[in-house]
Design a protein around this ligand. Structure first.
Ligand code: 13P
Length: 256
């Protein structure tokens, strides 16, 4: 049984003070929904304070990126061991990092390996653009991203990994993928790719989220679909009522 995982990717939002205020208000509200794994991913500078604020709760913290080297002359970067004790999860390969910071499949793979080595759990984001979808390239793109990200990663390590299917055209656009479309990619393309790489057991044990304009109105639709194991949420995770509602819906529909 895959436990659903709802992660809020705050992107470049919320100051340190706002981040702490938010989780202090959020924690008691989502405490009852323990059948769902709940993660917040603040900016790097808010990680220590948010981790402190959430200590003693079962709400997890994630980082939004990580470098693959252990240390060195990499101005502006954060090494995996710097996240130890602060974050349990780390988002790797988000389409915004791919688009604005020239993230490559190869670096997604290096980061995934480095994160695992440091005991962090990667949330690997994949997804096609509008043009790629219209050209019928969704399967090629998503399969390539998955295979590249997981190159050299063992079946055992797959237990630590979450995949997030985030079609670029659905992110921040309000134009969410239908449940059917998301489930088709997750169940019909991503899981079979995992099965080809690791066998059916790993493929059916790996949690795969949907992300892209998830909100309180469309959450239930995703959660009723068999292959979707939660959501990676941007905009709606910044708002207390909305994020709480998403978690409540996930717990009602799919909580374990
Ligand atoms: P939105 O929910 O704002 O579309 O963002 C999705 C996302 O990119 C989460 O990582």
């Amino acid at each position: 049984m895959r436990q659903p995982i709802i992660a809020g990717n705050w992107k470049m939002n919320k100051t340190l003070t706002e981040s702490v205020e938010f989780v202090n208000a959020l924690a008691p509200r989502i405490a009852p929904f323990s059948g769902v794994e709940r993660v917040v991913c603040p900016t790097f500078i808010a990680l220590p304070a948010v981790a402190d604020a959430l200590r003693g709760t079962d709400i997890k913290v994630g980082a939004q990126d990580v470098h693959w080297q252990e240390k060195g002359a990499y101005t502006s970067e954060i090494a995996p061991n710097m996240l130890q004790g602060l974050a349990e999860y780390v988002i790797i390969g988000h389409s915004e990092v791919r688009a604005y910071l020239n993230e490559t499949d190869e670096r997604v793979n290096l980061k995934t390996k480095a994160a695992l080595k440091a005991g962090l759990k990667p949330i690997i984001a994949v997804g096609e653009s509008d043009t790629q979808r219209e050209a019928g390239e969704t399967e090629t793109v998503v399969t390539r991203q998955i295979r590249a990200a997981l190159d050299g990663i063992s079946a055992e390590d797959m237990a630590q990994i979450v995949i997030a299917y985030e079609p670029i055209w659905a992110i921040g656009t309000g134009k969410n993928a239908t449940g059917e479309t998301a489930n088709e990619v997750i169940g019909g393309m991503i899981r079979p790719t995992l099965a080809a790489l690791y066998g059916d057991q790993v493929a059916s044990a790996t949690r795969i989220q949907y992300g892209g304009s998830v909100n309180a109105d469309n959450m239930a639709e995703y959660m009723t679909l068999p292959d979707i194991d939660g959501a990676l949420v941007g905009g709606a995770s910044l708002r207390l009522d909305d994020f709480t509602k998403l978690i409540e819906i996930a717990a009602q529909v799919k909580g374990v």
